[in-house]
Design a binder for this molecule. Structure first.
Ligand code: ADP
Length: 306
């Protein structure tokens, strides 16, 4: 096999209280990447989408991630990469993570699977660091493992796959720009003990809720008292979307990654449709362009056999 095509999913990191440690893969929203082996050394990248991302492999997260893998293997040849990006860069739903993970899964398949999942996350993290300036794996791990993952420790990549009950996921992406670096810069450097206690109680509650499929507990635990109060100010309509979504029956939700997208979980499709209608109302009234999606929790990067 010399060529492979993969679908690489969007993802939501943080899930409110789980800042930097939790993430889910989404279904139905993905980039398509084709990788071909070649004799000639090096990597060439071609984008066939509308986003004008850098094609220099050293400036593209896919190139950096693939190079990390090739270096580990001391790979003597090269690859041609074609990326059809559907997930808008800077949306907060893991556009860069989709590229970084798609490429390493594809290359691993082409090379006869020399690496396991954890090593693939490590290579992808090299690429992700280019986009965000910091090493984190909360979007990457769900793209590699699928479903819901917890990163207990980033340095050692202690990744735990967790069960998650069926839920609908609403995404609304107001078409405004928030720089991930700025969204990090404004975060508090220290946290009062009282807030920390509330936060870790909610993280524990959320994980327990997921494992027990206890929707009430999930709903009560989707609370972030540390990051959301600061970051939500960067997103027009945030408070209104949240209030109206909860009134429409959503279990809860918040900022997707570092925003500007917001996510909401719902137990059934009727509620998800009602939540979407409320999201649309808010951004129409604010005269801000938006995109909405209703999706579910999905598997990770998959080989496209179609
Ligand atoms: P998101 O959460 O949507 O991934 P980020 O801000 O983390 O948003 O990453 C997007 C940034 O990464 C943009 O500045 C973009 O130019 C850069 N980038 C470089 N290569 C890629 C790529 N292959 N896919 C997406 N973004 C890329």
């Amino acid at each position: 096999m010399n060529t492979i095509t993969v679908k690489s999913p969007a993802s939501v990191a943080n899930l409110c209280c789980g800042f930097d440690i939790m993430g889910i893969a989404l279904s139905g929203l993905y980039d398509v990447m084709t990788l071909t082996k070649r004799e000639e050394k090096g990597i060439s990248i071609k984008h066939i989408d509308k986003y004008n991302l850098p094609e220099d492999p050293a400036q593209n997260v896919a190139g950096v991630a693939l190079q990390a893998m090739m270096d580990a293997l001391q790979y003597p040849n090269g690859f041609d990469v074609i990326i059809d990006k559907q997930i808008k860069p800077g949306s907060g739903i893991g556009s860069s993570a989709a590229s970084a993970t798609g490429i390493v899964v594809a290359a691993n398949e082409l090379l006869g699977k020399p690496f396991g999942k954890k090593e693939l996350v490590a290579f992808a993290m090299e690429g992700e660091a280019l986009a965000s300036g910091s090493r984190h794996a909360d979007n990457l791990a769900p793209c590699i493992y699928g479903g819901l993952t917890l990163i207990r420790d980033t340095a050692t990549l202690d990744i735990i796959e967790l069960p998650i009950p069926p839920m609908y996921v609403n995404i609304v992406h107001p078409q405004i720009e928030i720089k991930t670096s700025y969204a990090r810069q404004i975060l508090p450097k220290e946290v009062p003990l009282k807030s920390a206690i509330t936060q870790w109680a909610n993280v524990a509650g959320l994980i327990a809720g997921f494992i027990k499929a206890d929707y009430g507990l999930i709903s009560r635990s989707l609370i972030d008292v540390i990051v959301e109060p600061v970051r939500s100010k960067l997103i027009p309509g945030f408070d209104e979307v949240k209030k109206k979504s909860l009134e429409a029956g959503a279990l809860g939700g918040g900022i997707a990654g570092s925003g500007p997208s917001l996510f909401m979980f719902s137990e059934n499709i009727d509620v998800a449709k009602a939540v979407e209608a409320e999201m649309i109302k808010v951004y129409k009234s604010l005269n801000i362009e938006y995109k909405t999606y209703i999706t579910t929790i999905g598997e990770g990067v998959v080989v496209d056999n179609s």
